[in-house]
Design a protein around this ligand. Structure first.
Ligand SMILES: [Zn+2]
Length: 318
């Protein structure tokens, strides 16, 4: 049974503020510093010099992902394993298949993220729909593991217009139980739930719904496999305050695993999922840049802009 317990525990941002001495740094980093490496490591963490430590990349075609990422100066990449509008196929359209991509990405020190097919709706309430969505996610996680990916991005999904959203949150929790049960997938990769721009009765459009979704998933023994992907265009379209978005989402989820950094072709609160190249849409540039600075997690750009131009736009502002 789902028990909504009200406001989650207060999130305290680790390492906030300038890292002026080892005392102020995150404990894990401070513990790893020895002898002559102190100056180098401390310098790299200083605000204003995070370009080199934050992974920044784009969504690329899986067939050419390593060469396109290298050409664009990307230090991370996102791919679809197969046509996102269709049932996932087992074939990886990369020279040498999954093994070839895993090898080449590792050799290039290129972290890979997988975006799940759009057809997956893990909130769905029909038995047939649930089986289909969960099988599709199992297949996607298995495929992501086969290429050594660090995470699978999945949209929050929705329930039918007149359905009870609580049932959708519980369906999500059951889906997490199912896909992470022992033996359900070949290999294991975490999923990152992405906030969505619009849609009726969406599970992850508004912050208050994300809070209940997280509460539901927290009842799964595999809750630690579930992270969050913040899409700036979707948050803008859904009417979030982008000045506090990173803090607001971390207060709910306690973690932020990936940023989808996209500008928006439409005004705030439009509900429209239409990405624009960075600096060419309605989202003020400083809001986009500040989200990256605050989040300190990998960034994937999903616009139709030139990947080199998009990555350079961001790097120049960090
Ligand atoms: Zn996205």
């Amino acid at each position: 049974m789902l028990v909504v317990t009200g406001a989650p525990a207060e999130y305290v941002e680790p390492g906030s503020g300038a890292a002026t001495s080892s005392k102020d740094m995150p404990r894990s980093l401070a513990a790893s510093i020895t002898g002559g490496k102190i100056v180098l490591r401390a310098t790299r963490l200083r605000p204003g010099n995070i370009r080199g430590v934050i992974e920044i990349g784009c969504h690329f075609d899986i067939a050419n992902v390593t060469t396109e990422a290298a050409a664009a100066g990307a230090t991370a990449a996102q791919v679809f394993l197969s046509d996102p509008q269709k049932w996932p196929t087992k074939t990886i359209a990369y020279p040498g298949g999954a093994d070839g991509l895993k090898h080449d990405a590792a050799a290039a020190h290129l972290p890979l993220y997988v975006h799940a097919p759009y057809l997956i709706n893990l909130a769905t309430l029909t038995a047939k729909g649930q089986t289909m969505a969960r099988n599709m996610l199992r297949s996607t996680i298995s495929g992501a593991a086969s290429i050594g990916a660090k995470g699978v991005v999945v949209h929050g999904g929705h329930v039918a217009a007149k359905a009870d959203p609580i049932a959708g949150f519980l369906s999500w929790k059951d889906a997490v139980d199912t896909v992470y049960a022992p033996g359900a997938t070949r290999g294991s990769v975490p999923i990152f739930i992405e906030n969505t721009a619009g849609g009726n009765n969406a599970m992850a459009r508004e912050l208050d719904r994300i809070a209940v979704l997280w509460e539901a998933i927290s009842h799964s023994e595999y809750a630690s496999e579930v992270g969050f992907c913040l899409d700036t265009c979707h948050a803008w379209a859904a009417g979030w305050d982008l000045t506090t978005a990173v803090h607001d989402i971390k207060k709910i989820t306690g973690r932020l695993d990936l940023i989808h950094l996209n500008d928006s072709r439409d005004a705030a609160g439009s509900g429209a999922d239409r990405h624009a190249p960075l600096g060419q849409g309605h989202i003020p540039a400083e809001l986009l840049v500040n989200i990256v600075k605050e989040a300190k997690c990998p960034v994937i750009i999903e616009t139709h802009g030139n990947p080199t131009t998009e990555i350079d736009w961001l790097k120049a502002r960090l």
